[in-house]
Design a binder for this molecule. Structure first.
Ligand SMILES: Nc1ncnc2c1ncn2[C@@H]1O[C@H](COP(=O)(O)OP(=O)(O)OP(=O)(O)O)[C@@H](O)[C@H]1O
Ligand SMILES: [Mg+2]
Length: 164
C-alpha cells in the first residue's frame, strides 16, 4: 500500500500554537506529514524561509513522521513531486472559509487527484494568527500562551530589546 502523505502548507511566519494544534491532530491520521513553508519574498516575511524552516525543524525534532521543507511555485506541483495527495488546512472561523474554499477548488481543478482536508483547532486557538502574534509582541504584549518558547525567543531576537 502507498504511504499516506499529507502536506500542511502555509507561511508560518512564525509558527504558533494554532498551527501546532492542527499538526498534532493530523499526525495520527497520516503516515507522513510535510509542513511546507511557502517561500514568498513579496509578502516581506519577518523570518526568512531558512529561519522559518529551522524553527519548525527544531520543534518537530523527535517526530520522524513530520518533516519541514520550503517550497515555491504551485502547491499541486510540489505535492506531486512528493507523492502527496492530501492538503491539510486549518479553519479558524467563517472568515477563513471563503478563501480556503476557493483555494481548495482551484487546487482540485489544477490536479483532480488532490483532496483538501479542513481541520478545526482547539477553541482556545481559534483567534490566533501569525500577524496578531507579531503585532501583540511588538507592542509589548504577552504571547507566551500563543507560541512555543523557542518562537518567543526568536521574536525577541528579531525585534531586539525594545520588545519584552
Ligand atoms: N489558530 C489557527 N487555528 C487553525 N488553523 C490555523 C490557525 N492559524 C492558521 N491556521 C491555518 O494554517 C494554515 C496556514 O496559515 P498561515 O501560514 O497563513 O497562518 P496565519 O496564522 O493565518 O498567518 P498570517 O497571519 O500571516 O496569515 C491556514 O490553513 C490557516 O487557516
Ligand atoms: Mg493566514
Amino acid at each position: 500500500m502507498s504511504r499516506r502523505i499529507a502536506v500542511y502548507p502555509g507561511s508560518f511566519d512564525p509558527i504558533h500554537n494554532g498551527h501546532l494544534d492542527i499538526i498534532e491532530r493530523c499526525r495520527p491520521l497520516y503516515d507522513e506529514m510535510i509542513i511546507a513553508v511557502l517561500a514568498n519574498e513579496t509578502k516581506k516575511p519577518l523570518f526568512s524561509d531558512a529561519e522559518r524552516v529551522e524553527i519548525i525543524a527544531e520543534l518537530m525534532a523527535g517526530q520522524p513522521e513530520c518533516r519541514v521543507e520550503s517550497f515555491s511555485g504551485l502547491l499541486v506541483d510540489y505535492m506531486e513531486s512528493r507523492g502527496a495527495r492530501v492538503v491539510v488546512r486549518g479553519l479558524r472561523a467563517v472568515s477563513d472559509f471563503e478563501y480556503e474554499f476557493q483555494m481548495a477548488l482551484m487546487n482540485r481543478r489544477l490536479d483532480p487527484n488532490i483532496e483538501t482536508v479542513f481541520m478545526a483547532p482547539a477553541d482556545g486557538y481559534s483567534y490566533v494568527s501569525s500577524r496578531l502574534v507579531k503585532e501583540v509582541f511588538q507592542l509589548g504584549g504577552d504571547v507566551s500562551a500563543l507560541v512555543p518558547k523557542l518562537v518567543e525567543r526568536r521574536l525577541r531576537e528579531k525585534y531586539g530589546k525594545a520588545a519584552r
